[in-house]
Design a protein around this ligand. Structure first.
Ligand SMILES: [Fe+2]
Length: 142
């Protein structure tokens, strides 16, 4: 069998995963619009589609793991590795990066957006703490 890490398919899996997640969120957002338009019939279809897209995204993660893809920034086989990579992401991407994004937004006189970035940077710190506690607990267990 082809080494997934030497394949073009690896990049396709990553891209498709991102597209499925984006579709999931777009449908959830559109469902809120349908709610606001008093169209529960449309909201119901959109939420059903969103659920399926989430399932598709998880399917791509399963395939990445099953085929031994080296993509720790997305997913890895072990719980501990997933927790470790998630802590890194929360601290460096969500917390550090969003703090910088907030500064730029403030400089560009977009204060509401700056506040949102700052709030999520703080949430990143909190999530990193939670995940670290999970990782510590995992390692303590006999
Ligand atoms: Fe899909």
């Amino acid at each position: 069998m082809t080494d997934i890490n030497a394949s073009r398919t690896l990049e396709h899996l990553k891209q498709a995963y991102t597209r499925e997640i984006q579709a999931n969120m777009r449908y959830q957002f559109a469902a809120r619009l349908a709610d606001a338009a008093a169209r529960p019939d449309i909201a119901h279809v959109l939420r059903a589609a969103a659920d399926e897209e989430r399932g598709h995204a998880l399917g791509f993660l399963d395939l990445l793991v099953e085929h031994g893809a080296r993509a720790p920034e997305i997913v890895s086989e072990s719980l501990a590795e997933n927790l470790t990579a998630s802590i890194e992401t929360e601290l460096h991407e969500f917390s550090a990066l969003y703090t910088r994004y907030a500064e730029v937004a403030a400089q560009e006189d977009l204060p509401e957006i700056a506040r949102w970035f700052l709030a999520l940077a703080e949430a990143g710190q909190t999530h990193a703490r939670w995940l670290q506690q999970c990782l510590d607990g995992l390692e303590r267990k006999p």
